[in-house]
Design a protein around this ligand. Structure first.
Ligand code: C5P
Length: 409
């Protein structure tokens, strides 16, 4: 199926199709999330879906009439099944019931939504939602194989407690995961077949069994970089220090605590990476020795001897065949001078700099990218938007950097 040719700056248009399943309630939140992120949503529901959630709810959330009938006299040419599927960038069925999946797999068209799917000129995404036995049934799996072969993108399902009380595979993904997947679907894929290694969050250096020193870092920028790299088609490995963020489904997550743990994980992954994005706020020092037990307090001053931690980014950048390395610099003053000096000292083709006092824990950030051609300011925007710009910039430098580096060897 060809994609509709629309410029990326235009709002994307999604035809959201609901079929019969308890998870239909999540589709209301999905519609809301898509609309609040600038996507135009047109809802079409099957008769069974309208037993689970009212058309009025979706109409109010999307500000558009909800279509349910194949034979709709209000559509001037009575061809809702053609018109609706022509004016969208993607059809997204969420929830997709076992019955509806079977219909699409066999090309049946006995209601408005299945007819739209058959008549479409755009890609089709589905988010299955059903009881675990229905999911595991060989008939459903055969139908899913057919959909995969037809180029349909299947999102989920997740494993967990189901409405029927059983536990297993078949739960529809959560609304925010589906909204992210829709945005990811629309991103260009310049990193297909590339492996991206990312460090994120702070490290924690133990003093004793319950105390330690760390850096302020929410991990949000590193997790956004992981999401942006995955959206661009990369195979992503995310090595994360302790953060309070939900593990991204799109990346292989390796959890670490100290800088030494992080270095060990990076050492074993770096040889396979095409890009290394070092977002982690690695503690520069660690206590020389950590006590196994909790140190008892008393009234005397105590001395804590600190020793320097390894510089993980420097280690990777100095490998005999390093990946394309991207550093981050969080500075509190003289941002530009400090950032460019850091980029040169660490021999990086690209470095992103921000003001620590504005960036740590924030949802939005202003970034300046530094490369061999100079500085490239990115005005304040969400961390995922900035991460997408960063990935696009790295991709634009990659081929030249690789040719130059292979000449040097
Ligand atoms: O701490 P500094 O400002 O030097 O950090 C700059 C870059 O170096 C960041 O990308 C950070 O992830 C990386 N770094 C590291 N290991 C360290 C210190 C910093 O990888 N020990």
């Amino acid at each position: 199926m060809g994609t509709t040719d629309r410029s990326t700056s235009e709002a994307k248009r999604v035809l959201l199709g609901l079929t019969g399943g308890v998870a239909a309630y999540k589709a209301a939140e999905l519609a809301r999330l898509l609309i609040s992120s600038g996507v135009e949503v047109q809802v079409v529901m099957t008769t069974s879906a309208s037993r689970f959630i009212g058309t009025a709810t979706l109409q109010a959330l999307t500000g558009r009439p909800v279509f349910t009938e194949l034979w709709d006299a209000s559509v001037a040419n009575n061809m809702a099944h053609i018109d609706l599927s022509r004016n969208v960038d993607v059809i997204f069925i969420a929830p997709a019931s076992a019955d509806f999946i079977a219909k699409v797999a066999h090309g049946l068209a006995d209601d408005l939504l299945s007819t739209l799917c058959l008549a479409r000129a755009c890609p089709l995404l589905i988010a299955p939602a059903m009881n675990r036995q229905m999911w595991e049934n060989p008939a459903t799996q055969r139908n899913l194989d057919a959909l995969h072969r037809d180029g349909v993108t299947v999102l989920g399902p997740a494993k967990g407690v189901q409405a029927c009380g059983e536990t297993g595979l078949g739960r529809m993904l959560e609304a925010h995961e589906l909204a992210e997947a829709v945005h990811a679907f629309f991103q260009p894929k310049p990193l297909q077949d590339k492996r991206v290694l990312i460090t994120a969050g702070p490290t924690f250096e133990a003093i004793d069994a319950v105390r330690g020193i760390t850096n302020s870092s929410s991990g949000k920028m590193g997790y956004a970089a992981a999401r942006a790299a995955a959206e661009a088609g990369a195979d992503v490995v995310l090595i994360s220090g302790p953060v309070c963020l939900e593990a991204p489904r799109i990346a292989r997550l390796i959890k670490v605590t100290s800088a030494q743990d992080m270095l060990a994980a990076v050492k074993s992954e770096a040889p396979y990476a095409d890009f290394f994005i070092s977002v982690a706020a690695v503690a520069d020092y660690r206590p020389k020795s950590a006590s196994e037990h909790k140190t008892k307090k008393n009234d005397r001053n105590i001395m804590l001897e600190l020793v320097p931690n390894p510089d993980i980014l420097e280690y990777v950048a100095n490998l005999p065949a390093p990946p394309f390395c991207i550093g981050f610099a969080a500075e509190t003053q003289d941002l530009e001078e400090n950032a460019e000096a850091k980029r040169r000292r660490k021999k990086l083709p690209l470095l992103a700099a921000n003001l620590a006092q504005e960036a740590i824990g924030a949802e939005e950030v202003a970034l300046t990218l530094f490369d061999d051609s100079g500085r490239h300011p990115l005005p304040k925007s969400s961390k995922i938007e900035q991460a997408r710009h960063l990935i696009a910039h790295a991709v634009s430098l990659y081929d030249k950097w690789r040719n130059f580096n292979s000449c040097k060897k």
